[in-house]
Design a protein around this ligand. Structure first.
Ligand SMILES: Cc1cc2nc3c(=O)[nH]c(=O)nc-3n(C[C@H](O)[C@H](O)[C@H](O)COP(=O)(O)OP(=O)(O)OC[C@H]3O[C@@H](n4cnc5c(N)ncnc54)[C@H](O)[C@@H]3O)c2cc1C
Length: 416
């Protein structure tokens, strides 16, 4: 079904009886060419690009809950490509370019809004770090713009410039960064994949892998066994648990990350703003709520809810840069389980088991990666070679000493 203004008008005038469900509810078939485990953003995007770019449609996406029930529907919706290292920046810039054409591509309104992202800095060394990052971004074809404190005073007068404990010395803008309606991304990719013949099977948990003589030939699920030539895992926060069923131990820990939304307010924030002297970031949703978050809870967990010390820490961060936030009332707080890798960068790779592939380690930044991750994973599955923009996202990079340590903080997942 093609969405258009004419279709909306016609349906509006005829009682909205012609809309069809956006995806089917098929039963699992006994066998597929590819079974994707996890109907989050990355699993659905992989299925979509497998069908659209590589013509591979005998594919199932199996999901233990409902489509989009994981982090794709829990994140704070920020997209950007302000990374620095060669192993990351071209990949994230590719993702941003895909976001820019996504809605036309899958004919679904995902509310892609390039309202800008600003990283504040509060010291001279921090400014030097951001200048270096900006240069790396520009070299990779991204946009970056340095703003002085005076520029920011004019553009964002509500920030605390005068009484702040951490004075704002300026910021790094990426004007093409912004936000996207996260659920609509899952729905749009699901619709695009389903319409090309992919089976999306909800309430179907993968409980084991059929592995014999080093070859994976399918999965065991709560709805029976499914055979497959290739099995592609992308279960984000459940990566450790699911891959343990294949006997693999990953360089990944699961941690909780919380997010917050206030009551709806009049337009206040033009774009996304991040605090440079603590962990706090904020944007305003199209409904008016201030959406913000901060650091991980700091202990391993599979619970999708967090604890109060981080609530306090995040609110302190907010008060430190924009005290007016103290007057807003918080409506909801929620949590998601993050697959934190040991260098803060992801994996899109084959495993040592033939036919078993892995995508994960997205830490708390995988939403912005969704289209590029789908494209690169689909490339790997269809051609059995990594996409040129994902050649470094390998599982053995720790063994080879080729980590992609974006923040230079090493094996400390709580710092990424
Ligand atoms: C509070 C919060 C804020 C965030 N903010 C941002 C942000 O602003 N920008 C950004 O880029 N990123 C952000 N992220 C990170 C981002 O949401 C994740 O990195 C990304 O969504 C992970 O990929 P996914 O969408 O495929 O994961 P998910 O949506 O979690 O998909 C994984 C799916 O696998 C399913 N699954 C698990 N086990 C099994 C099994 N055994 N069988 C079948 N299915 C299974 C799960 O049910 C789930 O649906 C945030 C995350 C959180 C929690």
């Amino acid at each position: 079904m093609h969405y258009s203004v004419f279709k909306i008008l016609k349906e509006g005038l005829t009682g909205n009886k012609g809309w069809k469900p956006v995806w089917r509810e098929p039963d699992p078939k006994p066998e597929y060419d590819i079974v994707i485990v996890g109907a989050g953003g990355h699993g659905l995007a992989t299925a979509y690009y497998l069908a659209r770019e590589f013509g591979v449609t005998n594919v199932a996406v199996v999901e233990k809950g409902w489509l989009g029930s994981g982090n794709v529907g829990r994140n704070t919706t920020i997209i950007r490509s302000n990374y620095m290292l060669p192993g990351n920046e071209p990949f994230y810039e590719m993702s941003l370019k895909l976001w820019e054409g996504l809605e036309q591509d899958f004919n679904y309104n995902a509310m892609v809004s390039q309202r800008s992202i600003l990283n504040l800095f509060h010291s001279d060394p921090q400014r030097d770090g951001f200048v270096r990052r900006a240069n790396a971004m520009i070299l990779a074809g991204a946009d970056a713009e340095l703003a002085s404190a005076d520029d920011l005073r004019r553009e964002l007068p509500f920030l605390d410039f005068d009484n702040a404990r951490f004075p704002i010395k300026g910021g790094l803008f990426q004007r093409r960064g912004g936000t996207v309606r996260h659920d609509a991304v899952a729905w749009g990719f699901a619709r695009g994949a389903d319409s090309r013949g992919v089976d999306i099977i909800q309430n179907c948990e993968v409980t084991g892998f059929d592995i014999k003589d080093g070859v994976c030939t399918g999965v065991q699920t709560s709805r029976g066994a499914i055979r497959a030539k290739k099995v592609a895992v992308c279960v984000a926060g459940s990566s450790g648990r699911v891959m343990a069923e294949a006997g693999m131990r990953l360089p990944i820990e699961s941690h909780v990350l919380q997010a917050f939304v206030t009551e709806g307010l009049k337009p206040t924030l033009p774009g996304v703003i991040t605090f440079g002297a603590g962990h706090f970031y904020i944007s305003q949703s199209d409904k008016g709520g201030l959406v913000f978050g901060g650091d991980l809870d700091g202990y391993n967990s599979y619970a999708q809810r967090g604890n109060l010390p981080v609530v306090e820490d995040v609110c302190e961060g907010g008060m430190a840069i924009m005290p007016m936030i103290g007057r807003a009332r918080i409506l909801r707080i929620w949590g998601g389980v993050m697959d934190m890798s040991m260098d803060g960068s992801p994996f899109i790779d084959k495993t040592h088991i033939d036919g078993l592939y892995f995508n994960g380690g997205w830490c708390y930044g995988g939403f912005k990666a969704t289209p590029a991750s789908g494209m690169c994973y689909a490339h790997l599955l269809a051609r059995d070679v990594p996409h040129p923009n994902a050649t470094e996202m390998r599982l053995d990079r720790f063994k080879r000493g080729l980590i992609i340590d974006e923040k230079g903080q090493g094996a400390q997942p709580n710092l990424h």
